[in-house]
Design a protein around this ligand. Sequence first.
Ligand code: PEP
Ligand code: MN
Length: 364
Amino acid sequence: MNANLDVVPMQEWIKTDGKPLIIAGPCSAETEEQVLETANRIKAEGYAHIMRAGVWKPRTRPGSFEGMGEPALKWLVEAKKQTGLPLAIEVATPEHIELALKYGVDVLWIGARTTVNPFNVQDLADALKGVDIPVLVKNPVNPDLALWVGAFERLQGSGIKKLGAIHRGFSNAQEVKYRNSPMWQMAVEMKRLFPQLPIIGDPSHMAGKRSLLMELSQRILDLNYDGMIIETHRDPDAAWSDASQQLTPEALGTMLRELEVRQANYGAEFTDELAAMRAKIDNIDRELMEVLAARMAIVEKLGEYKRDNNVAVLQLDRWKQVHADRAKQASGLGLYPEFVEELFKLVHLESIRKQTEVMSATVA
Ligand code: PEP
Ligand code: MN
């Protein structure tokens, strides 16, 4: 891809003393009390450089909480007055931008559901002509690097140079471990294309649940991201949106203190081509294993079905068909057919072993 961006270094618009940038705050601004209490508890913990909150919420289905709108901006302004923390909010329409600027919001971000639509992004870029404000762009919901890059190019076309990318992961067709699978190689590729563009990880929206935040955050730091945006709420379980992925400001503090920040070679991995390629391979291998695990989970269900319906584990016709089909797909992908054949023999053997285990479980 041939692309170029003129980016102002992040440290010129937000001081973090060389540490990863931390943007923390609730998924949504719900009430004045919730915003102020959350803000003050975040401030007391001392880790945040910027406070986030959703004022308008893009919800998958109508009828869900869609954000408090303009009144929430007033609460956020008060929170900033009390804590001194700059504010970041999501904008999805020119009207949102107008209001954000009216209330002195410091940083804007474009949400994943907006980045996918070039018409929307262009409208936002047009509304930002001549405005000097940092704009962070979340990856689109689908793993399309060009779409993500295109959003930056549109903003740049309006003269925006304080830019940053938020990697929040990509949505899945089936139920998998993460709410939005990270596909780390997309962010690594982004950094390779635009080494000067800050990359901020969003473990909250990758995870979808609290228990996965720690491992994702550590991975984000291991890949030398420039920062993280994490959701935190005064009473997470009672949150009006994204309850299961939020944690209290204090629990977030504990988590952040437990993370290892490899400061010595901060930024090194991304700039070192060899390391970047190795990171890509590590990530792809991890994804391969996740895919294998997903396959085995289905195999297990299949085993249960065969058991309950008294069908034999090995169905020779099916195996022959799989065999022929995979070999054909392999050559279409430029893979050595014998390699793929051997690989699937192993996968098939393991599937049989698994199903036999399921079958014998009832006998025992
Ligand atoms: C959010 O940050 O609360 C949000 C809506 O995220 P995303 O656009 O990544 O889904
Ligand atoms: Mn959210």
